[in-house]
Design a protein around this ligand. Structure first.
Ligand SMILES: CC(C)(COP(=O)(O)OP(=O)(O)OC[C@H]1O[C@@H](n2cnc3c(N)ncnc32)[C@H](O)[C@@H]1OP(=O)(O)O)[C@@H](O)C(=O)NCCC(=O)NCCS
Length: 152
């Protein structure tokens, strides 16, 4: 996924390849708590053929006065599965599970300003740009836009 659409992610392929096994294990452990989940669609019996991936993590620190906020990260649909509804299915499930299982009241994400396909996809699912953002880490002349939507 990093090779396929580099601008979709804040980590470069080179940086990911430099990670040691221990670092990958630490990252996996950080994602295994009860404040996050990962949705995976695969087409192989052993899960080897990745079709799509989406991760949701609760944003911290949380203000106890405000509803919990979820972050959508690591969004990827393999090229052969785009435009067929798989992304819709996963995002609907991600929003539902974020509301029901993480009790989140809203979902936020960051998207490269030139990733027009992702922008159109998120807009279709009710996400709107908030006006916030930051320089895109791999090319600070570009912006990573923040989008948000309320969860049912
Ligand atoms: C972003 C992504 C998950 C969307 O899934 P998808 O199955 O491709 O989404 P869809 O085709 O249903 O919808 C994309 C929208 O972009 C439009 N679109 C299709 N190809 C496009 C292109 N080359 N450029 C711009 N828009 C495009 C579609 O018409 C659709 O618009 P609509 O909702 O107004 O009809 C998927 O393309 C993907 O994984 N891309 C690579 C990784 C990525 O960018 N991740 C997001 C990181 S924030």
């Amino acid at each position: 996924m990093l090779k396929d659409t580099p601008m979709a992610y804040v980590e470069s392929l080179e940086a990911a390849r430099r990670q040691t096994d221990t670092q990958w294990q630490e990252r996996a452990a950080a994602m295994s708590g009860d404040s996050s989940f990962t949705l995976v669609a695969d087409s192989g019996q052993d899960g080897s053929k990745l079709c799509a991936l989406m991760r949701v993590v609760l944003k911290h620190p949380q203000d106890p006065e405000k509803p919990l906020q979820a972050m959508l990260i690591s969004v990827y649909v393999a090229p052969g599965h785009r435009g067929l509804g798989l992304a819709d299915e996963l995002l609907k499930e991600a929003c539902k599970a974020a509301a029901e299982e993480l009790s989140a009241g809203s979902m936020e994400l960051g998207v490269h300003e030139e990733n027009s396909r992702a922008l159109a996809f998120y807009r279709r699912h009710g996400f709107e740009t908030t006006g916030a953002g930051r320089p895109y880490p791999q090319d600070t002349s570009k912006r990573e836009l923040t989008m948000q939507r309320r969860l049912p």
